[in-house]
Design a protein around this ligand. Structure first.
Ligand code: F6R
Length: 242
């Protein structure tokens, strides 16, 4: 894995946005794999500015998000569809019908997971996947213990993830306990991966991902087997590296 250590959150966001913009410029039909959460907000802000100020063109691209909460309708204020609309899709020229987020309130969730995997395959696979990392080493919502051969499925969120995400809800009771998430195999199927981490809370997970053994107990460590991963971390997130 290629490691890039930058000063702070802003630098991380700029570097990541630059990589995405270069990819979309080189291949206008890029299939983007996108993440939500606090980490990529700055990267999306940079991408919006690269589109608005420098004309980076998303009109032929497509996107697939990693995950969505089970039970939240797409218009729910805390759904990942709403997050994507607000942070990125409403501000760039990626056609709405080319943006994909799993439907967390589908009646038949199993069918939805299959449909999502098929849609990714039909798009030709993901060209560049953006990832954050959980404090517990999760990627997407693949919590510790997720096997290498997992594909899009319904997963139970761990208590630590529920607590970490409670900041976006009025109370912890409102945080969904399940999500639809791309699996480890789905993520490893991407041609390129960029993983972002900022802040001291991520330092331990970053060190286990890069310097620990490859184990399902730290799902991000399974990225060690992928041939094209760039990890962009700020100094705080890099602080536990030896
Ligand atoms: C989000 C996702 C998660 C987050 C991770 C870090 O789509 O799949 O894996 O990337 O939980 O979240 P933040 O960035 O909020 O610390």
């Amino acid at each position: 894995m290629k490691l890039v250590i930058v000063k702070d959150y802003n630098d991380m966001s700029k570097q990541a946005a630059k990589l995405i913009a270069e990819e979309v410029t080189r291949n206008p039909k890029t299939v983007l794999g996108l993440a939500t959460g606090g980490t990529p907000v700055g990267m999306y802000r940079e991408l919006v500015s690269l589109h608005q100020q420098e004309g980076v063109d998303f009109s032929q691209a497509q996107s697939f998000n990693l995950d969505e909460y089970v039970g939240l309708p797409s218009h729910h204020p805390q759904s990942y569809r709403t997050y994507m609309n607000e942070n990125l899709f409403a501000h760039i020229n990626l056609p709405a019908e080319k943006t994909h987020v799993p439907q967390g309130d589908a009646v038949d969730l199993e069918a939805e997971c299959k449909r999502y995997e098929q849609a990714i395959a039909q798009a030709g696979g993901i060209d560049i996947q953006v990832l954050g990392i959980g404090n517990n080493g999760h990627i997407g919502f693949n919590e510790p213990g997720s096997a290498k051969d997992t594909t899009t499925r319904v997963v139970a969120l761990t208590q630590s993830t529920i607590e970490a995400n409670a900041r976006y809800f009025d109370s912890i009771q409102e945080v969904p306990t399940q999500a639809v998430s791309m699996g480890i195999q789905t993520i490893l199927g991407a041609k390129k991966i960029i993983l972002l981490a900022s802040g001291e809370a991520k330092a331990q997970a970053v060190s286990q991902m890069l310097e620990g053994e490859m184990t399902a107990d730290v799902p991000a460590s399974l990225l060690q087997q992928h041939p094209n991963v760039t990890v962009i971390v700020d100094e705080e997130a890099a602080s536990a590296l030896s």
